[in-house]
Design a protein around this ligand. Structure first.
Ligand SMILES: C[S@@+](CC[C@H](N)C(=O)[O-])C[C@H]1O[C@@H](n2cnc3c(N)ncnc32)[C@H](O)[C@@H]1O
Length: 220
């Protein structure tokens, strides 16, 4: 899979992509991630990519020409162009599952007041990561990238993903590690006896109990 992230602030992305599971997925060539700077596509002498809004009002707006030129520089017939915006449909794990089968995603990050509305004509999908306003789309692009890459084959162990929260519309079961007792809080006895069937049954039961407590909406 290839993911191109289009942004005005490449440095906001570099650190996250060069650590942990994403770093390993890139090194193993499971995913190719490129960061593309809108500024490289500005035809203006000062490389400006934004301007004041027609009609007046606060802030700066990203101009059509450099943003669309950046999209078109990487777009192929296999691409899905996604605009990160608080106005888009809310991103979920189910969407991550769908998007992981695309060969090429283009993630377009806004900034300042957002985009010239005409840019919407050049994208396939508008995605929001939640009902709040971020400074820019970079954090949202990382959320989308991370959640998709970890679903690709050979990135993390299959059994790590099977019981994760949202799989089968349940939350994950409780996990514990050493020590056996911490400030009077004990690890459940069933996890210490080595009976794999009992452990599996207990975990499934706990998933249902915890989902009812924390996320009853998932059971509907
Ligand atoms: C300050 S916001 C602009 C908000 C815009 N004026 C509005 O009210 O819809 C700047 C950029 O951050 C990104 N952004 C902000 N909140 C987001 C969210 N919840 N999900 C995805 N992207 C978001 C978008 O790319 C947006 O263009």
């Amino acid at each position: 899979m290839k993911i191109d992230i289009l942004t005005l602030f490449p440095e906001m992305l570099n650190g996250y992509l060069s650590e942990s599971i994403l770093k390993r997925a890139i090194e193993k060539n499971i995913v190719e991630i490129n960061i593309i700077n809108f500024r490289d596509f500005s035809k203006l002498n000062n490389k400006q990519v934004d301007d004041t809004p027609y009609g007046g009002g606060a802030g700066m707006v990203l101009r059509c020409e450099p943003i669309v030129a950046a999209i078109e520089s990487v777009k192929t017939e296999d691409s899905l162009v996604i605009l990160l915006t608080p106005q888009g449909q809310t991103y979920t794990q189910k969407m991550a599952e769908k998007l992981k089968s695309y060969k090429h995603l283009i993630l377009v990050c806004g900034h300042y007041e957002g985009f010239d509305e005409r840019i919407l004509n050049f994208v396939d999908l508008e995605l929001s990561i939640g009902d709040f306003i971020l400074t820019g789309g970079e954090a949202a692009a990382l959320v989308v990238t991370d959640s998709i890459v970890r679903l690709l084959d050979n990135v993390i162990r299959v059994d790590s993903k099977n019981n994760e929260t949202f799989a089968d519309n349940l939350v994950d079961y409780p996990t514990y590690t050493k020590p056996r007792e911490f400030r009077g809080l004990k690890v459940p006895e069933v996890l210490l006896n080595g009976d794999h069937q009992k452990i599996e049954d207990w975990r499934k039961e706990q998933q249902i109990i915890k989902t009812k407590e924390k996320r009853p909406d998932l059971l509907k």
